[in-house]
Design a protein around this ligand. Structure first.
Ligand code: FES
Length: 198
């Protein structure tokens, strides 16, 4: 019998039209009236469209679940916040969570930690001076710019691991960093000087 089916055309399930059906199995005979078939075929005008619809549907579903699995797997993603400990001049510690990308000066202010920051981070003062208590963490920081070094030279109680709090930006590798406020330097043997007997 001659094939009287209308030509294939793009549909909302298969925007590319003919190309998408090249690999389909040969046409199946038209179902008898009342025969169970794909639900999507109910509103279709020819036999091929529902098949394309089904295959695309299944294809998209598997793509979706794969993407979903990737999105749900958050174990690989870096933490959104890091833990930072501020040590005040009395040696009291305050542990705060700092969002990635936030400066230590902002974080201190948000958590009522006494770090002044007179110029609000524009590298025009040294009142946000902090001391990184662990040299390993200090070495993870970006090198200070000249402007920061110039300001640090004016800071009270400068140490080898001094930085300006407004220039230290939270990043995943700084998780666990400890920052001492400068007045506490009196309590730290920061210069390694050990008095020798005469
Ligand atoms: Fe002034 Fe950091 S707040 S240099």
């Amino acid at each position: 019998a001659p094939n009287l089916l209308p030509p294939l055309r793009p549909s909302r399930f298969c925007p590319s039209g003919e190309d998408a059906v090249k690999d389909l199995p040969p046409r199946r005979p038209r179902p008898e009236p009342g025969e169970a078939r794909c639900q999507k075929s109910v509103t279709s005008r020819n036999q091929e469209e529902p098949i394309r619809a089904c295959m695309n549907y299944v294809g998209n579903r598997s793509l979706c679940s794969a993407t979903e699995a990737k999105v749900n797997d958050r174990s690989e993603q870096p933490k959104a916040k890091i833990s930072v400990t501020f040590v005040d001049k009395d040696g009291d510690e305050t542990v705060i969570n700092v969002p990635i990308g936030m400066s230590m000066l902002e974080a201190a202010h948000e958590n009522d930690i006494e770090l002044e920051g007179a110029c609000e981070g524009s590298l025009a003062c040294s009142t946000c001076h902090v001391i990184v208590t662990d040299v390993d963490y200090y070495n993870k920081l970006e090198d200070p710019e000249d402007e920061e070094n110039d300001m640090l030279d004016l800071a009270f109680g400068l140490t080898e691991t001094s930085r300006l709090g407004c220039q230290v930006i939270a990043s995943p590798e700084l998780d666990g960093i400890r920052l001492a406020l400068p007045a506490a330097t009196r309590n730290f043997a920061v210069d390694g000087h050990v008095p020798k007997p005469h």
